[in-house]
Design a protein. Structure first.
Length: 222
């Protein structure tokens, strides 16, 4: 891959003007960066990203339209662009949802903004832009629980048939969540969830989602 030359182009999307000003001051003092666009809501962020094709998108989670929705759309359209969330929320649910939406970093607005340039430069180089405490909590979320589907995966009859995302959808169905609730939890569209459910039903060779849930509960011993 050809080494990139010139400053990194950054899109800043946040509806809080003082935060945009803080980011601008932090990055404009560093010759490694150039801000290519500002946005104040998710729709404008997506439009600017598609138009400018930035190296890095810095997105506020709580901006109008939802930063997570913007991250999901930008990640799908511009897979080479790095996405970093900048937020006041240190909630585990927001952190996990951001990673699932395609974020490469998760920074808190309480950080020292003088450290922002190095954090963004690192994420462009393949590092995770995230405070260590949040990294530990993120790992704890994924490693601290033993998903019931891991037991099923040892069953050769069904274990190798489903993708990880299909297992997630199936487990959430077994928890009683609706299609729309699963979509919100996994940061997917309801139609995408329905596609996954149809794949689960087909791969397990059952008649419908209820039968798939019954099979799941039978194998998991619940």
């Amino acid at each position: 891959m050809t080494a990139r030359t010139g400053p990194l182009r950054v899109l800043v999307a946040d509806d809080h003007a003082p935060t945009r000003d803080d980011v601008q001051r932090a990055l404009e003092r560093d010759e490694r960066f150039r801000i290519c666009a500002f946005a104040a809501d998710a729709a404008a962020a997506i439009q600017a990203a598609v138009r400018e094709r930035p190296d890095v998108c810095l997105l506020d989670i709580r901006m109008p339209g939802g930063g997570l929705a913007a991250a999901w759309e930008i990640a799908a359209r511009l897979p080479q662009t790095k996405i970093v969330m900048l937020t006041v929320s240190d909630d585990d649910a927001d952190l996990v949802a951001a990673v699932r939406a395609g974020a490469d970093g998760y920074l808190l607005k309480t950080m020292n903004f003088q450290r922002l340039p190095d954090a963004l430069d690192g994420v462009r180089s393949g590092e995770a832009a995230m405070p260590r405490i949040l990294v530990a909590r993120l790992l704890g979320h994924f490693h601290g629980k033993e998903p019931r589907w891991r037991k099923l995966a040892t069953d050769d009859r069904i274990g190798s048939r489903l993708t990880s995302r299909e297992w997630e959808v199936l487990e959430l169905l077994a928890q009683g969540l609706t299609t729309r609730e699963i979509a919100r939890k996994l940061v997917l569209s309801p139609s995408a969830v329905r596609v996954h459910i149809a794949a689960v039903v087909r791969k397990l060779g059952v008649r419908d989602r209820a039968a798939a849930v019954d099979l799941f509960r039978e194998r998991a011993g619940t």
